[in-house]
Design a protein around this ligand. Structure first.
Ligand code: SF4
Ligand code: SF4
Length: 214
């Protein structure tokens, strides 16, 4: 299952972001942040309790089924009065959810989470980064293993000089991505791909904001 992976900001950072702001309404998400336990029912309840204990006024809270969906606007209508009484929305969804809500409501938004990457669940509560959507996919030359996400240095030409008996010099517990790529290409009879020199990446190639049109 592919998910937007998030991490809750520190209490200090959230308190700092809310410092000058008054009453708040809290919004969580029933999909990704519920699964990663950063913005589901229990986390929204805990956040609300902590802020109320600090003496803050919370006008209400909701965990939307899918915060990044356009139907969010309809779901939030039900809470119109409580949202209307709030000065700010504290949002416990990924950045996509935050932007979706911000585009639908005329309210100040504060994200309570940092969005880290698109991840794949590989066990209960464990997610691996699989793609940073770098815009220059080289999986065809690496046997389907992504070096941008699985090499600690994100090297597209590897391995580095620190590779050690198949382990990574930065994290000896972790397999060296480029050894995995080598073994995979060997298995496929495509070791010649190791000789392909990837050109330096143009990180400014895609102007922001990114757009795509058929
Ligand atoms: S090279 Fe890796 S990060 Fe880049 S698009 Fe392909 S899978 Fe994603
Ligand atoms: S040892 Fe392998 S995985 Fe670690 S930084 Fe070097 S090439 Fe990347």
């Amino acid at each position: 299952m592919i998910r937007s992976i998030t991490r809750q900001k520190s209490e200090q950072e959230i308190d700092h972001l809310l410092a000058e702001l008054g009453r708040l309404f809290i919004i969580g998400c029933g999909t990704c942040t519920t699964l990663t336990r950063t913005g589901g029912e229990p986390e929204v309840r805990a956040m609300k309790g902590r802020l109320i204990d600090q003496g803050r006024l919370v006008t209400g809270d909701v965990v939307l089924p899918v915060a990044c969906d356009n139907l969010t606007q309809e779901a939030l209508k039900e809470y119109g009065q409580q949202i209307g009484q709030a000065d700010v929305l504290l949002i416990m969804t990924c950045a996509f959810g935050v932007q979706t809500i911000a585009s639908q409501l005329k309210k100040m938004v504060i994200p309570a989470l940092d969005t880290l990457f698109i991840g794949k669940e590989n066990g209960i509560g464990t997610f691996d980064e699989i793609c940073t959507q770098c815009g220059t996919c080289i999986l065809g030359e690496t046997g389907g293993i992504c070096p941008v996400t699985s090499c600690h240095k994100g090297l597209v030409n590897g391995p580095c000089g620190g590779t050690n008996n198949g382990k990574c010099e930065i994290d000896p517990e972790k397999d060296c991505a480029w050894t995995l790529i080598y073994n995979r290409l060997k298995e496929l009879g495509r070791l010649d791909s190791m000789r392909t020199l990837q050109k330096p990446r143009n990180h400014q190639g895609e102007p922001s904001p990114g757009k795509f049109k058929f």
